[in-house]
Design a protein around this ligand. Sequence first.
Ligand SMILES: [Zn+2]
Ligand SMILES: [Zn+2]
Length: 400
Amino acid sequence: MGAVIETVDRNRGRTAFGGLKRRTGVAGAMTSREFCPRCGNPVPERDEPLPGSPRDRDEALCDACYFEDFDLVDAPERVEVLVCSSCGAVHRGNRWVDVGARDYTDVAVESVSEALGVHVKAEDVAWAVEPEQVDQNTIRMHCYFSGVVRGTPVEEEVVVPVKISRGTCQRCGRIAGGYYAGVVQVRADERTPTADEERRAVEIAEEFVADREEAGDRDAFITEIDEVADGVDVKVSTNQLGQAIANRITRELGGRVNTHPTLVTEDEDGNEVYRVTYAVRLPEFTPGDIIDPSDGEGPVLVRSVRGNLKGIRLVSGERYESSFEEGEAPDARSLGTVEDAAETTVVTVEDEHAVQVLDPETFESKTIPRPDFFDPDAATVPVFKSRAGLHVVPEDALDG
Ligand SMILES: [Zn+2]
Ligand SMILES: [Zn+2]
């Protein structure tokens, strides 16, 4: 950096050193004159380094010789910034980082700044970088530095060319290659999941992955969603994702998760690579189902299957809850769903336990149980007909 040396005022440098505090009272220090090991000129005396710390050979040089080889700035010849051509992420260190929708000038400024070094002996360092866009993929970064070395102000300008090169980040490569680490299989006990359950399960997976992405997790993505005959499969990029999604699905829709690891292959280091299946088994019954628990007390409208099965007796309106041991799958048979209910005419309210309605199929008058959710002022009520007989169902069950 010849330019730098020219900017140094050597005389001023000398005077500055002349002003340094001289040590007194140390044997030998006062009498011995030191000379520059390169040019042989006398060198003004300066502070000795602390005992034990290595003395830099350059320290002994006179200012002229010292500045001849002096670089204030250590800059790379060029800087390459690798960006993903699909998602725009930037390769930094050994990982890919999302930088958002900025242009790459900021990224170039940052990369160059990180790559620049300033001489350790420089004090009062000030610096600035100024990008000059040459073309879409080339930026010339003008870097200005100033500082004080040996009491002498020095400055230096370097230009670092920055090349923006395009590649494919690991995430985009994996997505393109169909990579997945786990699969969440959504199935149901003794039936296939309903369209609503499948839709909701997929939504839960997508919402969770979106949250992870939002939080900066680049490893989180859904590889594929497959509708299969008995449910839906969601292939995901990590096992943590698979487990979390499966847990969220059962928390909301009920059921259980069983995990089966499958050895797929060995990686290049000989480690076994597993794919994990998160088998979600939704409960046999869902809210809206009408079941017969076979306990002689008549049909139950299922309200919830989270944890255990909860519902109401259609005969009385009383609450029904399966025991802890039975969980969400009591030994019961399905009679149908509330969607099979039909609106029918109330003929007369007989007493507090019975009401007469028209059978929606035969139009005969029938006396049936009057549950506590029955509205005595209603002209029509929804009724559900099954092999267990004719039962009034609550109006609110029809909306859900
Ligand atoms: Zn010299
Ligand atoms: Zn990418």
